[in-house]
Design a protein around this ligand. Sequence first.
Ligand SMILES: [Mg+2]
Length: 314
Amino acid sequence: MNDVLRDRVRGCVVGAAVGDALGMPLEFGSKIPTTALVREMTGGPLPAGAFTDDTEMALALSDSLLAHRPLDPADLADRFVAWLQSKPRDVGIHTGSVLYQIAAGEPWDRVAESVLRRRPDSAGNGSMMRCWPIAVAHWNDLDLLVSESRLQSRVTHPHPDCIEGCVFVNSAIYYLLRGLLPAEAIARAMTHADLSPEMQKVIRSAPRKPRDALENSGWVRHAVESVVWGMRTWDSFEEIVVQVANLGNDADTSAAIVGAMAGAVYGLSAIPDRWLAELHGEWPLRSGTIWTSEDFVALADRLAETGENEPAGR
Ligand SMILES: [Mg+2]
C-alpha cells in the first residue's frame, strides 16, 4: 500500500469518528443557520470531541472483522449484544429492539426476518452509520466488499434500502480511496448496489437539493441524500463534514457517514488537527480504555492490512 492510499484509509476511519463527534451536540437539533455554523468540537450530551453509538457499533464490527474472516454474522450479532448490555448512552430504537430479541436467545437471522415482516417500512440509517469498516477491510476486493456490506446490514437492518445503501456507501469509499472524484465514485457505486428506483432518485437529485429542503432524519434515504449533497457540493474534508453536521436532526450519523467518505478522498492529512486533538471515547464501554485519534489510525492500519492479500488470498 503506498503512502497516498494509506493516508486515505486512515482518513476514512478517523474521518468517520470525527464526523460523529462533531455532530454529537447537534443531534436532534434544528438546522444551524449558515451564518452560525458550528466548526469546533463542542460539548452536548457528551463532552466536546466524544464519539457516540455510531462509532461504537463500527468498532464492534471492526473487532468482529479482525477476529473472523470471512465476516461471521453470528459473531457480529454477539458483539452488538455485548455492546448493548454494556449500557451505551444511545441506542437506535430499531437497533435496540432487534438486539434485545437476539439477546433473549433468538438467532439473528430469524429476528431480522421477523422484523422485516412486522415492520416492512422500518428503514433507518443504523447499519449505514457503522458500515465503513467493511470498506476498509476489503479496500482491495470489491466483491467481498459488496457481499459483506450486505451481510453486516442484515444483522440489524434487513430492509433493502438499508442493505443496498450500505453497498452504495462502501462502494463509493472503494473508488474514492482509488482517487476517483466524488461525482465519478458515486456514479460507479450506484452500479454495484441494487438500489430501489426511489433510492436512485434520491442520489441523483441530492446534488441540486437546496439546503433548506434537506431533512437529515434517521431515515436511510435522508441520510443518503445528505451525504451525497455534502460530497457533491463542498470540496474539502472540513467543509463537507461541517456542512452535513450542521443540518441538525440526525447530525452525528450523517456526519459520520460523510466523514468516512470525505476522509477517503482527502485523507488523514486533511483532517484539522484541532479536531484530532479533541476526539476521544471509551472502547469497549466500561473497560476504562479511552480511544484517541491515534487509536483510530492504528485500527485503520490493522483493518487495511487484513485486505492486503485480497483478492489473491481468497
Ligand atoms: Mg449517535
